[in-house]
Design a protein around this ligand. Sequence first.
Ligand code: FCB
Length: 446
Amino acid sequence: MKLELPHDSRLRQRDFLYGVATASFQIEGGAKHRQPCIWDTFCATPGKVRDGSDGQVACDHYHRWPEDLDLIQSLGVDAYRLSISWGRLLNQDGSVNPDGARFYLELLDGLKARGIKAFVTLYHWDLPQHLEDAGGWLNRDTAYRFAEYADKASRLFGDRVHAYATLNEPFCSAYLGYEVGIHAPGLAQPAYGRQAAHHLLLAHGLAMAVLKRNCPDTPSGIVLNFTPCYPHSDSEGDRAAAAYADDYINQWYIRPLFEGRYPEIIETLPEAVKPTIEPGDMDVIGHPLDFLGVNFYTREVYQAAADAPFQTVHLEAVERTDIGWEVYPQALTDLLVSLHRRYPLPPVYITENGAAMADQWQGEGVQDEDRTRYYQRHLEALHHAIEQGVDVRGYFAWSLMDNFEWAEGYLKRFGIVYVDYPSQRRIIKDSGLAYRDFIQSRTETP
Ligand code: FCB
């Protein structure tokens, strides 16, 4: 199966940027050469990760990065989105770890040598454990530590980085990690979730100022995930439930960036759950962005509930990926158009989109037509959003290769490249070949 779009689509122009994405903890391994992080601790806690696995070796990218860069190049992409492991780059005392610095500098130079733009995310969930021991994202000081880390990283990397994202998906760090506890560090209290979210956004704003000072010509922004919220029925109750869920899950993270305030539902939270916000914080958080990264996978459906502001509805008989997420491309169009109408958006990049599928490799290729179809339908959805005026400049497939999928361990495969973990062989899946051919088929912008 091929990926195809109308000839005059913006997505087919040569300057629409295509990439693949990964994250440090999910692929690097090389755990002995860095500080332990909250995900190491979480993995070592029985029952937290489904297959009992960890990130000690992962895809062994720490040792195999040159061949991985060749692989990325062979896909013909314009850009590679990677994240930096905070605890690999910096020692516990905040000084630069020479081995970690060398690793990332060589990697970034390797990308440059291959003509691939580096989109660097500074924080993709792997908080150094020593900072968690001091309170993690519940401790306001962590936001300032993050700004120092952003300062050291951006000075060190110089002009090797094409674009910086401060955080990846603060919703996941705050809500999954501190409010419901299904991600590291595994804490579970609403007050923790809201406070962590505020400190993460503060960290983002502080780091934005640092990045703009150190590398004013490098576009900097943030990556947010969105799970659009739909009402189960047209009833007033269901619509109110979906609107509340949207505020709590999605708008909570984007509205402060553009409007300097949280959604009004903050007033409905019990006093003990309301985050502590210091004077000036919202101005810091509202630092202008050069771009917004949008991660999109699926939607959720909500209904009214007697004892909670909203309740998730599990739809039967809908198409789902191997991780159980509904395939609903229309939500990507709806999301982008609604964000565009609501906020003064800077240029947008789709920084993650993709699907986990039950791939099989038996010594031949990997026939993952289901994944190619997912990409086809989401590229079409993106095309429709652009036609409605959303300024999208690029698209990154999640993921370059199969990797450690957080609480699912290695059970879920998101790659367009298959990883045979025992041998660490990489095999480009049919979806990867289709992506490569599609990228190659772009035409010069008239
Ligand atoms: C996103 C994460 C990414 C990956 C995908 C499937 O929430 O940013 O690391 O796990 O989901």
